[in-house]
Write a protein that binds this ligand. Structure first.
Ligand code: HEM
Ligand code: HEM
Length: 224
């Protein structure tokens, strides 16, 4: 397990290289998939994005489709790596637990009213819920995306109803993912959450922050 207290630096190693790599592989491929996916609904030519300097290609369906396929491969790699890595190491810190909805409410209430939040483990209750929400939508996008790739192969036809469902679910999951990402980034508007930011780049967060907000995690790190 990568995580450990770095007493000399007054920091805690929160994310190993694998976790950080997966986060950025999934995040960057998702951004590219969202942009190239919207490009297949011919909006960039219609709304002038394709007229912007250097963005002429964004109105060309055959280009955005290839970009979508390449980014989908990157996302799939990230998702499979993530699953294999954490399943084999039996690390389940990000999975939702009983009482997470109530604890999320208490943590957010404490941020707004400047009160005392309940002690947290490695992740806050709302982070576990955010993870489940984003992972569920990405899984739905991957499954419906693979079905859409198959449909594009010669010799494979779906009924009209299947086609409507697959496309509808792919689009619905896109909408929910965008909503989830906006929520994820909006979390960092709150000063209380910002000490987590350096962790996703360097792996390290401040020990004082962990002591104050993730005391259950710190107890586990000390007693290991
Ligand atoms: C500029 C963009 C982004 C920034 C700055 C960012 C930042 C972060 C940070 C700091 C964490 C770690 C929190 C911790 O240590 O507990 C995190 C976790 C996470 N990120 Fe991102 N992220 C970005 C984009 C994305 C995107 C696009 C996705 C999804 C497609 C995503 C999905 C997640 C998930 C599922 C987690 C774990 C759950 C959570 O902490 O909420 N992130 N992100
Ligand atoms: C973050 C993940 C993803 C997002 C946000 C996303 C978004 C979109 C959007 C908005 C469209 C256009 C609407 C439509 O034609 O239905 C689309 C189309 C498509 N997507 Fe995705 N997608 C994602 C992942 C994937 C993955 C993982 C695959 C394949 C494994 C995939 C395969 C396709 C295909 C084949 C099309 C239709 C191309 C066509 O025949 O016109 N997508 N996607």
């Amino acid at each position: 397990m990568a995580e450990k207290i770095l007493a000399g630096e007054n920091k805690v190693l929160r994310h190993g290289i694998s976790g950080r790599l997966v986060h950025w592989i999934v995040a960057l491929s998702s951004f590219v998939l969202i942009f190239s996916g919207f490009g297949q609904m011919p909006i960039y030519r219609r709304y002038g994005v394709a007229n912007l300097p250097g963005l002429g290609w964004s109105g060309d369906y055959s280009v955005t489709l290839v970009i979508h396929y390449l980014a989908a491969m990157v996302l799939l790699f990230g998702a499979v790596y993530h699953l294999v890595f954490h399943l084999t190491r039996r690390e389940f810190d990000l999975l939702p637990r009983r009482g997470d909805l109530r604890d999320s409410y208490l943590i957010i209430k404490a941020m707004v009213t400047k009160g005392t939040p309940p002690p947290s483990d490695k992740y806050l209750a709302e982070q576990r819920l955010a993870y489940a929400f984003i992972a569920f939508n990405l899984l739905a996008l991957i499954i419906t995306g693979i079905l859409k790739v198959l449909k594009n192969l010669p010799g494979i036809w779906y009924t009209e109803t299947t086609l409507v469902w697959v496309t509808g679910l792919h689009n619905l999951a896109t909408f929910l993912l965008v909503f989830g990402i906006i929520g994820h980034l909006a979390a960092f508007l709150f000063k209380e959450n910002r000490p987590l930011l350096p962790g996703i780049f360097t792996g390290k967060v401040s020990l004082d922050y962990v002591r104050e907000r993730h005391s259950l995690w710190l107890d586990r790190l000390i007693s290991r």
